[in-house]
Write a protein that binds this ligand. Structure first.
Ligand SMILES: [Zn+2]
Length: 119
C-alpha cells in the first residue's frame, strides 16, 4: 500500500502511541459508510430521541433547553436544532460537534462505536 492510500491527516491526540497512526483509506470508507447508514443510531447513542412524524426530536445537546427543538430526520439524512441552529448532514459531523473532535478523532470514535477494527 503506498502512502497516497493512507489518510494524511494525523490525530491531535496527545498520546505518543497513537499520534502517528494513520487510518487506511478503505477503513475510513468502511467507517463513514457504516455511519451514513446509521445516522439515527449514532445520534441516539448520545441524545435521547422521541419519534415525531417522519423524524425524531430531542433535547438539543448543543444548548440548554427544556423543550426539545433538536430534530433528526433519518430519511433526509439531516439533523438540526431549531433553537440554536446547530446542525449537519452526517454522523461524522455530529460526532465532531458533539464530542468536540477532529475529523480523524471522530473516525476513530465511530470505528469504536461500530466495532470496526482499524488495524
Ligand atoms: Zn440547540
Amino acid at each position: 500500500m503506498d502512502s497516497a492510500e493512507w489518510l494524511q491527516a494525523r490525530t491531535r491526540i496527545k498520546s505518543p502511541k497513537i499520534k502517528h497512526m494513520l487510518i487506511p483509506e478503505d477503513k475510513v470508507k468502511e467507517i463513514t459508510a457504516a455511519a451514513e447508514a446509521d445516522l439515527l443510531g449514532v445520534i441516539a447513542s448520545s441524545v435521547k430521541l422521541t419519534k415525531r412524524g417522519k423524524g425524531y426530536i430531542g433535547l438539543c445537546p448543543f444548548h440548554n433547553e427544556r423543550t426539545p427543538s433538536f430534530n433528526v430526520n433519518p430519511e433526509k439524512q439531516v439533523y438540526k436544532c431549531f433553537g440554536c441552529g446547530q446542525g449537519g448532514r452526517t454522523a461524522v459531523n455530529f460526532v465532531m460537534q458533539y464530542h468536540r473532535l477532529t475529523y480523524i478523532e471522530a473516525i476513530r470514535w465511530l470505528a469504536n462505536h461500530f466495532n470496526i477494527l482499524i488495524l
